[in-house]
Design a protein around this ligand. Sequence first.
Ligand SMILES: Cc1cc2nc3c(=O)[nH]c(=O)nc-3n(C[C@H](O)[C@H](O)[C@H](O)COP(=O)(O)OP(=O)(O)OC[C@H]3O[C@@H](n4cnc5c(N)ncnc54)[C@H](O)[C@@H]3O)c2cc1C
Ligand code: SF4
Length: 496
Amino acid sequence: MGKPTGFIEINRKEAIEREPSERIHDMNEYKERFSDEDMKEQGARCMDCATPFCHIGMDIDGATSGCPIHNLIPEWNDLVYKGQWKEALRRLEQTNNFPEFTGRVCPAPCEGSCTVAINDPAVAIKNIERAIIDKGFEKGWIKPREVEYRTGKTVAIVGSGPAGLAAADQLNQAGHTVTVYERSDRAGGLLMYGIPNMKLEKDVVTRRVRLLKAEGISFILNTEIGKDISADALRENYDSVILCTGSQKPRDLPIQGRQSKGIHFAMDYLTESTESLLNDNTEPEITAKGKDVIVIGGGDTGADCVATAMRQGAKSVNQFAINPQLPLKRTEDNLWPAFPKVYSLEYAHKEAKEVFGEDIRQHAIQTKAFITDGQDGVQALYTVDMEKQKNDKGLFVYDEKKGTEEVWPAQLVIIAIGFEGTESPLLDQFGISSTKGRIDAEYGDFSTNIEGVFAAGDARRGQSLIVWAINEGREVACSVDEYLQGVTSLPTVQTV
Ligand SMILES: Cc1cc2nc3c(=O)[nH]c(=O)nc-3n(C[C@H](O)[C@H](O)[C@H](O)COP(=O)(O)OP(=O)(O)OC[C@H]3O[C@@H](n4cnc5c(N)ncnc54)[C@H](O)[C@@H]3O)c2cc1C
Ligand code: SF4
């Protein structure tokens, strides 16, 4: 521990963000880096509290608390405080394959369970993580690692999101010959076509993919397994297969008027926006420009749609959430070290507030119907307010509040109400068993009902977080390595 009194003397420094009024005019990253001096000070705030809850990585009341890959946070905090950046990087690399992603967009469950956060703002863990990896790249400390010994075993990974990439990285380092298949034209999964550029610049993703290629991993893009290559062919040609196909089947809202033009799923909207940015920077076909936009769904995906609509020049933006607004402070049933369920303005909401003067989220509201204009285009939404209450079985239910019906103008509607699992044609071809869109494979073992076929990431656990995808990618690699060689020496995260 560098400075025993650091947490008493030094205040937390919040992430530095570009001004909302400025950043909504471009798609560049909205956060800025801390200086080395600031990082050193922030590292000094770590108490080295002996039982570091920041890396417990477990679910408490349905939300992650602590770091799911058990990053060695107090160790690298201390090394950053002492200016030993290279050593900090080596510690970070022991547990995290891709800190440049998590250091930018992880919701940082580590900070919610930081011991300092019991009665003070948490250590700025996520920003320190980002600073370490960014410095590593800048200084040229991160170079392709040579794999000295090849086992002769082959592994096919379907899907190039963070789970597939982490599994590929681990298995390649263990000496297996790894090929990643991806149906998109670019590798990265939701890192590439999901999370918008202002949160995670795409150069950061391609830099990592280039590194993995240089280390010997093959990427075959524009190739859908189950369509372009059959499941049987894949099983015949490889010693093992890992399905990391994500959970991108969108949940629909089949209400009156759903067939109207101008109603789109969030992923279609976000993918098109990033595609047009990367391809020719022209206006995407689905655009918010000059329109009243309503995003249905109060989660992070919805917030990314709000931020995208702001940049496209929407006339107005509203985001509908079924849940009531969160409290301003932790409540009695949400105490430390659980993830704090408290009201906050996401980057997108700060931007919308700057332009429209208020938080654009409408809480406890349900859309009852889409109202169509003469040409079949959506024109408005018909809604009613909801009340959350416990029923006689003690379960929370939502009841409509009479007399609260409203009509909201909208020429563009984005549906962002979650995902129903991985797409089924692929699973049917493999004969893989699944439950509610999630592949049946036990955590820790990851094998499916089909010999030699494993599953990890959102395809197995449902839509989650990048840090969980990395956790599962690392863990499935251990299982596959053991399957191929009878034993594994790959490091395990050992999370239940
Ligand atoms: C809009 C959005 C924003 C998000 N923001 C954040 C965030 O800020 N922070 C965070 O921690 N998490 C965020 N998440 C969640 C996070 O991105 C996911 O949990 C994570 O990417 C899951 O990784 P994965 O590898 O399991 O799957 P994915 O990233 O979904 O990758 C799956 C890949 O498999 C490919 N694929 C599917 N089927 C086939 C097939 N048959 N053949 C070939 N390829 C196939 C897909 O094209 C895709 O590239 C966000 C999610 C969304 C939707
Ligand atoms: S990966 Fe996420 S939870 Fe883990 S240390 Fe980084 S920000 Fe925290």
